[in-house]
Design a protein around this ligand. Structure first.
Ligand code: SF4
Length: 369
């Protein structure tokens, strides 16, 4: 192996071929099938966009786990947002959440029926909307992992207007990795951890996980060579027969992470157990506003009624949860590209730009990835 992380030019084809050759040699020495799970839609996008799977040996699979925050947002959480919109609140959320189906309806459905639903691009934009419309109750349906939980925490710390509320569906990834690692149907040999979340949490966060599960965890960036380098580093651990932790994204990630952002998250949120859509009830993996910020908690300030309507019967056939648990792929879903498309999504994995089904659909399915 002659290329080190510091030498990467991120998209250089010759270097990519060189690392791919290293990976092939590593797999020959390892002599058995290996499954690496990444937990990030951005990783899946770069893998698909640059066709990286086509560079890997057949006995090395790189699958996507619970790394799409929109996809793991649970149906009852979407139902809460829809119910608030139908009750006359102004609900604002990130664009990916707009078309995600709840048990019967999406926010897009509610807006089509006249509810006030707006797409925003940042937590601060949600606050500005509340400031500009003091007569309205503005509810920010806040989703995403640590990277978006931090700005939600920051706007709450900055004394937002009284009519600003947060319906938190923020989630915390490490407990989900533990659940996936323990699932009887999964056979994950290592994790490629998300570099952007680690810029907030720091890669030191994974030290306990590595010690408990004795698996390799490598934090990876989002250029093609970042991913290939991360895979090669993981295989080095596996070849050595050991777990271990490494940071293959040192240009952005430190061991400590962004301590100010983590401080804000810890100040504003408490961690609770809750269902991740289609995967499992995961302990301590949901971020809920703590008592200090109860005045801005939509769940604490409003009685949230149920949502009326019939569920899409096709929803029963959606295997999005299995895909995010790493036990199935979009190819295993009979609806993929047929009844379920980005224009008419049945499941959340086909809605979000970070969803495996949408990414695979966009890039032509597995053979082209
Ligand atoms: Fe669900 Fe659609 Fe993906 Fe099938 S293709 S698993 S229905 S999101």
């Amino acid at each position: 192996m002659t290329t080190d992380a510091g030498d990467l030019k991120f998209r250089d084809p010759e270097t990519a071929q060189e690392i791919a050759a290293d990976i092939e040699a590593q797999m020959e020495r390892i002599g058995e099938s290996i499954e690496i799970m990444h937990v990030c839609g951005s990783h899946e996008q770069v893998i698909a966009k640059f066709g990286l799977r086509s560079m890997l040996p057949d006995d090395l699979s790189v699958t996507m786990g619970p790394g799409c925050p929109v996809c793991v947002t649970n149906m009852p959480e979407v139902d809460e947002a829809v119910a608030l919109a139908e009750a006359g609140k102004t609900v604002v959320t990130y664009g990916d959440m707009f078309k995600v189906p709840g048990s019967a309806r999406s926010l897009a459905d509610a807006k089509a029926d006249g509810a006030s639903v707006e797409v925003i691009y940042s937590a601060s934009e949600a606050v500005e909307l509340a400031e500009d419309n003091p007569e309205e109750d503005v509810v920010f349906f806040a989703t995403g992992f640590e990277t978006t939980a931090a700005p939600t925490a920051a706007v709450l710390q900055a004394d937002p207007p009284e009519n600003f509320y947060v319906l938190s569906a923020h989630k915390y990834v490490p407990p989900a990795m533990e659940v996936v690692a323990e699932m009887p149907d999964t056979d994950v040999d290592a994790f490629l951890a998300a570099g952007h979340a680690a810029t907030i949490t720091g890669y030191g966060l994974f030290e306990d996980f590595v010690e408990e599960y004795d698996l390799p965890v490598v934090v990876g960036g989002f250029e093609p060579l970042d991913v290939l380098y991360g895979v090669r580093r993981i295989l080095a651990f596996i070849e050595a027969g050991e777990g271990g932790l490494d940071n293959a994204y040192p240009r952005c990630v430190s061991r400590e992470g962004n301590t100010a952002a983590m401080g804000a998250i810890e100040d504003v949120f408490t961690r609770t157990s809750g269902e991740w859509r289609g995967i499992a009830d995961i302990p301590d993996a949901n971020f809920e506003l703590n008592e200090t910020y109860a005045d801005h908690s939509a769940r604490k300030q409003f009685d949230i009624e149920g949502v009326e309507g019939d569920a899409d019967p096709l929803t029963e056939e959606c295997i999005c949860g299995d895909i995010m648990a790493g036990t199935a792929s979009p190819e295993g879903c009979a609806l993929f590209g047929e009844e379920c498309t980005p224009q008419n999504p049945v499941g959340a994995c086909m809605v979000s730009d970070e969803g495996t089904c949408k990414i695979w659909h966009e890039y032509g399915g597995k053979p082209d990835l």
